[in-house]
Design a protein around this ligand. Structure first.
Ligand code: TXA
Ligand code: MG
Length: 314
């Protein structure tokens, strides 16, 4: 199959929506990363997402909808969800809520869990595609499972060309790390740090958030330890580099091969993270050393991704 690149205009959206309607796969930009979309009601289409990515079937998908009113068709809603959704949707936040028995979604989406991860993206291209398709779109990040997430159409093509029908090219993603995942089916729990800082959620909830731990059976099943991995090895918290290493810098450091943010700005660093990891991956296999990054705000999501990039591979 030849993967088509579509333009973000009415012709492109119409074409993308007709591919989705026919059970095909279309990658599209969100403000976080590019997603690999399929009709969430169509078993065959959802199964193709797992095949194209080489993703284990036990790892459930996020469903994308245009607004909270539509989300209520698929999940059991409550006041807590309402408060958080009105504060942060559309935006880089996914909510995990009890799945409605009459949702009509493919059971492959939730990997048979009683809960559903659901999100309202803010990116204009994602919103236009959702409006044109007029149905729930299941979309994991548009990368081969375990590899670096895509923040540009070129990254999607490099990883998935020949396995998906199309990608809508909407340019680079602004946020650059995946959505924050908040579990609300029980006591509020942070399931994945991401593009919405934990501090903002805690301020809205008026309480601290407990974290999942690796190995916690209640955590996001996709939080595998090795993930986001470039070909080269990755070493964290490097304050100096050894011979032969390439430095992925942060802040005012010398000899960086690439710098996430010379000014030490975490928003800029998040936007550059996957871009720089892809660039380092393409340009050789010398080991990568990464400068320390503060564990606050978006730094938590950046460090989470880097720890997984550095973890032993399986
Ligand atoms: O920013 C994002 O969230 C991007 C864009 C495309 O929306 N999507 C994304 O999807 O990052 P993915 O599949 O790469 O990551 C989804 C995560 C996985 O770790 C998965 O295990 C978790 O969400 N997840 C999905 N459904 C869940 C559920 N019912 N309960 C707990 N975790 C869930
Ligand atoms: Mg992913």
């Amino acid at each position: 199959m030849e993967t088509q690149t579509l333009t973000p205009d009415s012709v492109g959206y119409a074409h993308a929506a007709s591919i989705l309607g026919a059970g095909g796969l279309v990658a599209f930009p969100t403000e976080t990363v590019y997603g690999l979309g399929a009709d969430a009601r169509n078993d065959f289409a959802v199964a193709r997402i797992f095949e194209a990515k080489g993703r284990p079937r036990f790892n459930p998908l996020i469903v994308h909808v245009p607004d909270a009113a539509t989300a209520k068709r698929y999940v059991i809603w409550d006041d807590g969800a309402d408060r958080i959704a009105s504060a942060f949707w559309p935006g880089p936040l996914t909510l995990v809520l009890p799945l409605r028995p009459d949702s009509g979604l493919s059971p492959l989406v939730t990997a048979d869990l009683p809960t559903l991860a659901i999100r309202v993206p803010a990116h204009p291209v994602a919103r236009a595609l959702l409006a044109e398709f007029d149905g729930p779109v299941a979309a994991p990040s548009a990368n081969p499972s375990g590899r670096i997430s895509p923040t540009e159409a070129g990254h999607v093509i490099a990883g998935l060309a020949g396995r998906i029908e199309a990608v809508v090219d909407g340019g680079p993603c602004d946020v650059g790390v995946e959505s924050t995942i908040l579990g609300l089916s029980d006591t509020p729990k942070l399931l994945r740090p991401g593009g919405l800082p934990q501090e903002a959620l805690e301020a809205a909830l008026g309480t601290g958030l407990s974290h999942y731990q690796d190995g916690d059976p209640l955590s996001a099943p996709g939080q595998m330890l090795s993930h986001y991995a470039p070909g080269a090895s990755v070493r964290l918290n490097a304050t100096r580099i050894s011979k032969g290493e390439r430095l992925l810098g942060f802040g005012a450091v010398e000899n960086a091969t690439l710098n996430l943010s010379p000014a030490g700005d975490l928003t800029e660093a998040a936007a550059n993270l996957f871009h720089h990891l892809h660039a380092l991956d393409k340009s050789g296999d010398a080991p990568i050393a990464v400068s320390p990054i503060p564990e606050v705000g978006l730094g938590r999501a950046i460090n989470d991704r880097l720890r997984r990039a550095a973890a032993p591979r399986h």
